[in-house]
Design a protein around this ligand. Structure first.
Ligand SMILES: O=C[C@H](O)[C@H](O)[C@H](O)COP(=O)(O)O
Length: 231
């Protein structure tokens, strides 16, 4: 069912893609059906240029024949379509479950508009049930983790902070960084936490996406709900 809902959300987002667009292309199990559906449109004659947010998405796009570019060649994009791990009513997001948050945020920020696609399980009242991914430099890991704990504690947040591992190895992002997954629980002040984390030198980026998403397509068994950012 979840795969079917992701497919529905992906197809809804395709409706806002127009020929000639420069597109940021997201990462993850919801972005992938979007990429496949986009490839069908390209095959049928739609002209787009995609800037992928990960090596994984770049590979899939290339296999399916979607023309690709980079932010060096194409620094301004019309639209980014991407998934999310959590979406709150103000369209603030947690992203990075797949480890691509840094490139995703750079691409989203370079886009005139970001559209999020998700199944209903990602919709929350308050962010934080999903552990917040924090991308950190490998250098100074222990000190950075301690600084993250202190910054969170200053905002009344605490919880386990785990260095992400995959298949018994430390996970390394496309950019060569580590990820700390912080289980703070409910985050009542995402803006405050975002600012506090950005103050820490070893933090490269974090998975709170604030003020970036303009629209979300959220699929449930009742259909696809389109939510527009109140900002
Ligand atoms: O780093 C990965 C991304 O932020 C994904 O867009 C996010 O984790 C959602 O992934 P999925 O669609 O697989 O749930």
């Amino acid at each position: 069912m979840s795969a079917e809902l992701k497919e529905r959300a992906a197809r809804a987002a395709l409706e806002v893609v127009e020929s000639g667009m420069r597109l940021g292309i997201g990462t993850g199990s919801t972005a992938e059906p979007f990429i496949r559906a986009l490839a069908d449109k390209v095959l049928a004659g739609m002209r787009v240029i995609g800037v992928p947010t990960s090596q994984r998405s770049a590979k899939l796009c290339a296999e399916l024949g979607i023309p690709l570019s980079t932010l060096e060649e194409t620094p301004e994009l019309d639209l980014t379509v991407d998934g999310a791990d959590e979406i709150d009513p103000q369209l603030r997001l947690i992203k990075g479950g797949g480890g691509s948050l840094l490139r995703e945020k750079i691409v989203a920020a370079a886009s005139a508009r970001m559209v999020v696609i998700a199944d209903i399980s990602k919709k929350v009242e308050t962010l934080g049930a999903f552990p917040l991914p924090i991308e950190v430099d490998q250098f100074g890991l222990g000190a950075t983790r301690r600084a993250v704990e202190k910054a969170a504690s200053g905002l009344g947040l605490s919880g386990e902070i785990v260095l992400r591992q995959r298949s018994d190895k430390v996970f390394v992002t496309d950019g060569g960084h580590y990820i700390l997954d912080a289980s703070f629980g409910r985050i009542p002040d995402p803006e405050g936490l975002s600012c506090a984390l950005h103050e820490i030198p070893g933090v490269v980026e974090h998975g709170l996406f604030i003020g970036l998403a303009r629209q979300a397509f959220i699929a449930s068994s009742d259909g696809v709900e389109a939510i527009v950012s109140p900002r």
